[in-house]
Ligand binder design. Structure first.
Ligand SMILES: NC(=O)c1ccc[n+]([C@@H]2O[C@H](COP(=O)([O-])OP(=O)(O)OC[C@H]3O[C@@H](n4cnc5c(N)ncnc54)[C@H](O)[C@@H]3O)[C@@H](O)[C@H]2O)c1
Length: 360
């Protein structure tokens, strides 16, 4: 792929942002059908679909009436005009692909995790700062209404003094998520911590602030040491504030219709952040002695609603010339916690300080 000669078509910020979707696999298809099929307010449109699997690029192309290509180089060679690239690629490809797009002055939206190593994250953050383009990360949790409501409730003192936080991400992988095989196993770009760990680190950081240290244990039960699609990890986190938290991650557990993915244990109240993938049951719920059954403090939502919010925010950042909600530096802070957890797992499970990948 050679995008070095490419320049954005409109330095002032285009009225309609023309987007190339790179990666038409499981999430690429979801975003194409849920978001790009009905762009919000006509503020953006997909102009090409890219995937080396011709059937996947072709399916998105057919759905949206845009040309399909095997690479971004082919898009450039064909003379397709575009302003921005939405990358939905396997983890090990994020860094090189994003840096190349930014070096060419195009806006980029990168999937989580930002990268698979601190070195890659550092060069991605540098590329985002050197470029005049908008670099955003498709990290869902800061966009969820339930997370925003819980954060506001904590800030408003509705939970009282926060004593502890807990998160749970337990479900069973299947279908398209396992299709290409890169997600599971013991490789440096795979496993539940890289795939799900940055999500819940983002969630925890929204609720509890900076995480300063983490200790990690993993299940060694025979049924958890299977084919790599089954993996269970437990984290204990220390926040810079002194607060503590627990996180359970498991692939191979039964998923519920709506799960309390985060719980805030406060002196006055408990807040559950419920996330729903199959229905519109997600919301934040506050429980206190006066309302033991709990009160919803955010509107019902589906997790996948956040994919539209992420694209909308990225596009608004491009047209309004502002920062996106989740920058590369923010996502690098999530990755730093996951990398520290991996170091803890390698070294017997003790606490490992979270080394900031980039300052601030
Ligand atoms: N935010 C979320 O809710 C969410 C959900 C699922 C996946 N993801 C993330 O999305 C990313 C992709 O995951 P997935 O499950 O869709 O994976 P996938 O394997 O289903 O899809 C990736 C696609 O990228 C294509 N590809 C590989 N190299 C390419 C290249 N050079 N140019 C263009 N396309 C190329 C592959 O052929 C494949 O179709 C990962 O980072 C994952 O963590 C995020």
């Amino acid at each position: 792929m050679n995008t070095a000669s490419a320049v954005p078509s409109d330095q002032a910020g285009p009225a309609t942002v023309r987007i190339v979707l790179v990666g038409c696999g499981a999430i690429g298809w979801e975003v194409a059908s849920r978001v790009y099929a009905q762009p919000t307010g006509g503020r953006y449109r997909l102009v090409a679909a890219v995937d080396p699997h011709a059937d996947r690029a072709g399916a998105v192309g057919d759905l949206l009436g845009v040309p399909a290509f095997a690479s971004l180089a082919e898009v450039l060679a064909a003379g397709v005009a575009f302003d921005a690239v939405d990358q939905r690629l396997p983890h090990h490809l994020h860094a090189d692909a994003a840096v190349e797009v930014l070096a060419a002055g195009r806006h980029v939206l990168v999937e989580k995790p930002l990268a698979t190593s601190a070195a890659d994250a550092v060069r991605m953050v540098a590329a985002s700062q050197d470029s005049g383009a908008v670099a955003a990360v498709a990290e869902n949790y800061p966009h969820l209404s339930a997370v925003r409501a819980a954060r506001h409730a904590i800030a408003a003192g509705r939970a009282g003094t926060v004593r502890a936080l807990r998160t749970t991400r337990a479900y069973t992988l299947g279908g398209a998520w396992l299709r290409d095989g890169w997600r599971t196993g013991a490789g440096p770009s795979s496993g539940i911590m890289l795939d799900q760990g940055t999500h819940h680190t983002s969630l925890l950081r929204r609720l509890g602030g900076r995480i300063s240290a983490v200790a990690a244990q993993h299940s060694t039960a025979p049924e958890d040491a299977g084919d790599g699609a089954v993996e269970t990890v437990l984290l204990t986190v220390r926040f810079a504030s002194g607060l503590v938290g627990h996180c359970v991650y498991s692939w191979g557990a039964a998923a519920l219709a709506d799960e309390a993915e985060a719980t805030v244990f406060g002196s006055k109240a408990r807040i559950d952040v419920r996330v729903s993938y199959e229905a519109d049951l997600g919301h934040a719920r506050l429980f206190d002695p006066g309302t033991p059954q709990g009160t919803a403090i955010s509107a019902p939502e589906n997790y996948y609603d956040s994919h539209r919010l992420m694209v909308d925010d990225w596009v608004a950042a491009i047209t309004e010339r502002r920062r996106p909600l989740v920058t590369f530096a923010d996502a690098a802070a999530d990755l730093a916690v996951v990398l520290a957890a991996a170091a803890s797992l390698r070294h017997g499970g003790g606490f490992v300080d979270v080394a900031e990948i980039v300052g601030g």
